[in-house]
Write a protein that binds this ligand. Structure first.
Ligand SMILES: NC(=O)c1ccc[n+]([C@@H]2O[C@H](COP(=O)([O-])OP(=O)(O)OC[C@H]3O[C@@H](n4cnc5c(N)ncnc54)[C@H](OP(=O)(O)O)[C@@H]3O)[C@@H](O)[C@H]2O)c1
Length: 245
């Protein structure tokens, strides 16, 4: 398929993955309020995005490519707002953040790696090639500060920390490959801060700066749109400050 290149007169399209999540929903609303074209996909959309099924990621890529082809628009922003910290795995196992190595369980580890790292790797494989070969474009993957090895002083949360660290390495590596195709590209991992969503609710402590998804979405978009190609491959927080690896 022949993908159009950016043109000043043609507005770019944003692709938002994880559209049904707390931050994903707020990002979608913000972008729509700005009058931008957003294609928002998640497990309950058509086509559906389910990281347990690579064919669904490929189908999302096909859907996007067709939309771009028929509209003549260009994908200029990709935001991946998927993630998993706690809850039921597809087989019904209850996964919770581990307090100790005693709590390490293969099924919880595998599901965390599936949603936080392997799924985004499939997004890299199937969707990054749809970014234009010239002109500014950004791909932002939501990670978490707790995925930072250098910043880990509290321990615990083994599966989530390790899967986010894996995500960080995958995205950093993809940023290098993407820059060879398009020198104006930006591909990063972002820490959104602590945000009031289903993911954080059981762990929100008084005193922690918990923000509404709407505020978080505004901050994420400001960082995404402010980052320059020289900052591609980095790990940035909600204020645009570098997070240690
Ligand atoms: N909330 C916080 O305080 C916080 C802090 C640091 C980092 N983060 C990160 O920010 C991102 C968004 O978090 P959130 O707070 O919005 O969490 P959330 O409300 O739990 O949303 C999680 C998202 O992940 C998607 N997802 C889960 N399993 C999936 C699967 N098997 N296949 C495809 N998609 C799947 C869900 O998809 P659907 O669209 O289908 O529902 C949902 O959109 C995550 O990467 C999270 O780690 C959040």
């Amino acid at each position: 398929m022949n993908h159009p290149q950016p043109h000043a007169d043609v507005p770019g399209v944003s692709l938002l993955l994880g559209a049904g999540g707390g931050i994903g929903t707020a990002l979608r609303q913000r972008l729509e309020e700005r009058g931008e074209t957003v294609i928002a996909l998640g497990r309950h959309t058509e086509p559906a995005l389910d990281y347990g099924d690579e064919a669904s990621v490929a189908a999302c890529a096909h859907h996007l490519a067709e939309r771009l082809e028929s509209s003549g628009q260009v994908l200029t922003r990709l935001i991946v707002a998927t993630g998993f910290l706690h809850g039921r795995t597809p087989s019904g196992h209850l996964a919770e953040p581990e307090r100790s190595w005693k709590n390490l369980e293969p099924e919880a580890l595998a599901h965390s790696f599936l949603v936080n790292a392997i799924g985004p790797a499939l997004v890299i494989k199937h969707l990054l090639p749809l970014l234009p070969r010239q002109g500014r474009c950004t791909a932002a993957f939501l990670s978490a500060r707790v995925g930072s090895v250098g910043d880990n002083r509290l321990g615990g949360w083994y599966a989530y920390r390790a899967a986010k660290a894996a995500l960080n390495q995958l995205v950093h590596t993809a940023a290098i490959e993407l820059a060879r195709r398009n020198r104006e590209s930006v591909c990063v991992v972002l820490h959104p801060g602590t945000v009031d969503t289903g993911l954080s609710q059981p762990f929100a402590k008084t005193g922690l700066a918990v923000r509404s998804p709407d505020i978080a979405a505004a901050e994420i978009l400001a960082v995404v749109d402010g980052l320059q190609p020289a900052q591609s491959g980095g790990f940035w927080d909600q204020h645009g400050k570098a997070v240690p690896w």
